[in-house]
Every structure is written in C-alpha cells, then in structure tokens.
Ligand binder design. Structure first.
Ligand code: PMP
Length: 385
C-alpha cells in the first residue's frame, strides 16, 4: 500500500514476464502502436502527441522541460511539496529563469496569486504537481489550464501520482503536457516515462532557436519513432523497454475497459472510505481539507505519543506495507498510504485500516477498537460514514 510502485494486475505481470521479443517484431509493433493510441484516450487528449520512453517519472519531467525551455525563458513552478522543488531545480539546468510559488505543507496555492505572478514576467512555462506524493495535496488543474491559455503560457501537469486515477481532461482543460510514469495508477512495473503533449506545445518546440540540451530526451529523436510505431512501422532510435510496453498495452486496455469516469469515481470512494476510517480513529492528515486531499494516497500524521518507526513496523507485521514521510519539514511526523491502480475496496482498504488499528492497539493508543473499520465499511457501502 505504498504510493508506488503499486501492486500490479496478474495479466500485466504475465505480459511483462513473457519472453522478450525484438523491438521490430510485428506483435511488439502492434503493442507499441496501440499503447500510443490508448494513451490519448486515458489522457482524454484526442489531439495530443503521446511519447513512451524508457525511464522513470523524473525522465518524463526532464523531457517536457528540456524540449520546451530555451536558455533565459521564464518558468513558474507551483510547489506543493517535494516534487515541485525537483521541477524547479531541473528547469534551472536548462537555463530557465525559475520563480517558485510555494504553499505550506497541506495547502494548495491560491489561483489569484498565480495570476498576479503571471502578470509580472513574460512566462513561457507553468508547472504544477497534480498530486504531490509528499503531502497528498491535490491541485485543481482546470483553472491553471485556463490561465495558461489566457496568458499564453504552456502548462505542464506532473501527473506521476494522478494519471489514470484523478480526473484529468487534458484537451478540454487546455493542459499542454500531462506526464506520468508507469508504476503508479497506470499499473505497470517501474521503467516507463509517459507524456502526452498538446499541438500548441509541439509547435513551440518546432519553433526553437536552440538545440535541445538533452540528447536522449530530444523529441527530434523520438517524434519520428512514435509516429512510425503508430503507423505500425518499425523504427529505431534507442531500444524501447519491450516487456514494459507489452505490459502497458494490457494495462491501458484494462483501464479503458473500466472507463475513465468509473475509475475516477472508484478512486474517490476508496480514498473517502480510507479517510473516514482515519477520522474515526482521530488521526489527522496533512491536507487541510477534503477538497485538497488526493484520491491516490493519504498522508496521516502519527498520533501524539506514538513512535512512527514502531507504528510502521507493527503495520508491516500484519502484512501491510506503508511508506514513511517524504516532505523534508515533516518527514518524521507522518506516513503515507497509497490507494491507487488495482486496489480493491474491500480487501485492500479494510485490511489496511484493520492493520493500522491493530498496530495502534499494540502501541497503547486510546481508541475504540473497530471504529476505523466500521467507518470505512459504512462509507464503502453507502458513500457516507
Ligand atoms: N512526481 C511525482 C508527483 C512523484 O510522485 C514522483 C515519484 N514518486 C515523481 C515525480 C518522480 O518519479 P520517479 O520516481 O518515477 O522518477
């Protein structure tokens, strides 16, 4: 139950475990081509250009930055935690003049403040983390997409902890790049960097005056490869992660068989139910309101007087693996529970709340045993606790 890598569906694992074929084998070309087509559907971006690269989510961030930034360009980073800071650092490597708007942990950034900042410089790029995995805070992308259009600023959504779980309508919302990695809600073992890029951003890249400063990630190298595979032709620039792409093909088909809207609603129900359990146990969380709380993971504080290391170890003893804190200011004060991808409401969520209750009881926390599970169960069944 960590926020990635998550548990993977057996069919996906079977595809990843198949004997590796050539990257120009007909069945691989079909898997690659279909995956590109299916990405547009999962991203809700019928006119977007998908990219599938071998690498992690950070490569997806790097790819968007190096292809869209030229030295001296202004970039605005909205930082709601650890991964916003990473984006700021990354953009400076390509010569961007970076401004960062930061929120306190648990808060988002007021849209009025973003707009006021956009008026200050001729910004080229605005990045934000849809769900920051260090705080479990979710930012609302729609108004940011609107601002991006209004001020002629390209918008990049870091969706590593959101794509295929949180609502995203990339094209309708006018977001220029939505990027993610394979190992979270996409449901494929780690190793794929995935992006869908708007026509507007592709045109900005086409109009560059300088060469892209990153050789591997340069779209000059990869766009012809993506176009070839989508046309069901073999092509080569760097060897694709053949087995992972096979897994991606299966996983995207499963995601679309469930349906985007149904999937978003499932993640919301799971998250609401898990949080209802935490609230019944009187456990506080980093996001300061439900409206700001992600549906892909939760970030509960350790209760007063309970040792974090002991709590995590005791939860682990029940066979449930949760993650420690990540935000540098709060690291030792909270833990993280992922609930995305193929998590099943009853097995995973009730077992996790049960394991937390058992661990709390062992450590002498004062609460009514069973109250967390009951609240979670009620919410799962009725949509209210
Ligand atoms: N952005 C967010 C929001 C993330 O959660 C992560 C990974 N946890 C990353 C970026 C970086 O992805 P990766 O670890 O795959 O490089």
């Amino acid at each position: 139950m960590i926020p990635g890598p998550v548990e993977f569906d057996p069919e996906v694992n079977a595809a990843v475990g198949e004997a590796t074929v050539s990257h120009v084998a007909p069945d691989f070309i079909e898997s690659f081509g279909r995956s590109l087509e299916l990405m547009r559907k999962v991203w809700e971006a019928p006119g977007g250009q998908p990219f599938i690269l071998a690498g992690s989510g950070t490569l997806a961030m790097d790819t968007a930055a190096c292809n869209l930034i030229e030295p001296g360009d202004h970039a605005l980073v909205l930082s709601t935690g650890y991964f916003g800071e990473r984006y700021a650092e990354l953009l400076t490597r390509y010569g961007a003049r970076v401004e960062v708007l930061r929120s306190e942990p648990g808060y988002s950034i007021d849209i009025g403040i973003v707009e006021a900042e956009l008026k200050k410089h001729d910004y080229k790029l605005l990045t934000f983390t849809h769900v920051d995995t260090s705080t479990a805070v979710r930012v609302d992308p729609e108004p940011l997409g609107r601002l991006g259009r209004e001020y002629n600023v390209l918008t990049i959504l870091d969706g590593v902890c959101s794509v295929a779980a949180e609502e995203i309508y990339q094209q309708e919302w006018g977001i220029d790049v939505v990027l993610t990695a394979s190992q979270k809600a996409i449901g494929v073992p780690p190793g794929l960097a995935l992006l869908v890029v708007s026509e507007r951003a592709m045109n900005t890249w086409r109009g560059r005056k300088t060469k892209v400063a990153n050789y591997y990630a340069d779209w000059t190298n990869w766009l012809p490869i993506m176009e070839a595979y989508e046309d069901r032709r073999a092509s080569y620039f760097g060897t694709p992660a053949v087995n992972l792409v096979k897994g991606l093909d299966i996983s995207l088909q499963q995601i679309l068989a469930e349906g985007n809207a149904v999937r978003f609603a499932r993640h919301k129900l799971v998250a609401d139910s898990f949080r209802a359990g935490l609230e019944a146990l009187n456990i506080k969380q980093i996001p300061v309101s439900t409206a700001l709380a992600a549906n892909t993971l939760s970030a509960p504080y350790y209760p007063e007087g309970i040792s974090g290391a002991e709590l995590i170890a005791a939860i682990n003893n029940s066979g449930v693996v949760v993650a420690g804190g990540l935000h540098p200011d709060l690291k030792s004060k909270y833990f993280r529970v992922g609930h995305m991808g193929s998590v099943s409401e009853y097995d995973h969520i009730l077992d996790t709340i049960g394991a937390i209750e058992k661990a709390l009881a062992q450590l002498g926390y004062n609460f009514t045993e069973g109250s967390g599970r009951e609240a979670t169960y009620k919410m799962l069944n009725n949509g209210s606790s």
